[in-house]
Design a protein around this ligand. Sequence first.
Ligand code: LLP
Length: 383
Amino acid sequence: MFTQETIERLRSVQTPYYYYDTDMLRETLAVASGEAANKGFKVHYAVKANFNPVIMKIIAGYGLGADCVSSNEIEHAISCGFPAEETVFAGVGKSDREIETALRLGIKCFNVESAAELEVIDGIAGRMGKTASVALRINPNVEAHTIRHITTGTDENKFGIRIVELESVISTLNELNNIKYRGIHFHIGSQITDLHVFRNLSSRINELWQWLTDRGMEPDDINVGGGLGVNYDDPDRFPPFADYFDIFREHLDNRIRSSVSFELGRSLTANCGSLISTVLFVKPGAGETFLILDAGMTDLMRPALYHAYHRIENLTSKLPAKKYTVAGPICETTDTFGRFISLPETGRGDLIAIRSAGAYGEVMASRYNMRSLPPSVFSDEIN
Ligand code: LLP
């Protein structure tokens, strides 16, 4: 990803910033969309992972739909080239204004989380003279074996309709005049690297499909959500798209005639992005040496928020390795990117890359300490 020539060019840009390797993004998209198409699956891009317009336009060019969680995301996705009729709207708390916007723009489907939400959408659609297509987001109570903070599909989470409530939600749905039932939706968590989890999800989907079909509610579409993890230790390795899609092809009941769709975020954009930063100070501590960067948790929040690991590389030193604690300039102790990390001996002015930051990086940046939001730089601009 970083040739000597690229590093020279990166040096001339004011840090901190996000650097995106657009060739890597395109390769990832080609593999993911090719593997999905081979198996007859449809992929929506989970816009929340990265809504940078340059990235979004590239992704739209591969024919993906969009998975949005706010009306701002819907408007933005459409303006970046995603078709409204391939855009779905998920989220546990959609406001009336957002529902109106989505109906006005003619999106494909609302992923609905409760009977109360169905009634609200029905009322708004009725007033607007429209019919709203919906999928029921079911909480399948399947453990995702990932970071607890990003698990979404078990009984202790706020997301989805619990299986025990399904019967009553369906009877509400069947009484509403401005709602069209399209199918069912799941999303059990993110950064899932144990692919067996998706086998368990497939089994649960088979049971639910049978249960719904027995009640005359066979879904037209089954949306299995996102969650495919990336290898944060090895940022240049592609996520295992083929194995992932194979699991669903093999384990979903072959009597199912519904279309099957996915909502991938992290696996499409994480690898292509790095946060580029300069070392401001090398500061001795008690039993450790701090590298103080000009990038902090305001630029990349994941390590501070979830103790998430990102590989850190020194792009400009080739000296023998030493151990460092890599921290940012923010007035918070959690503003640390990694402790006791092995890096070539590092000095003030060295250029640091924090890898696999293309998903849930730039989009989660904040202005805490009145910092500027990090800008973005693209490989095809500088190479
Ligand atoms: N669909 C739904 C309904 C979701 O809630 C999410 C992510 C996705 C799809 C995309 O999941 P992915 O393929 O990216 O795993 N900020 C956290 C991740 C939060 C994920 C939220 N939902 C992080 O930095 O790890």
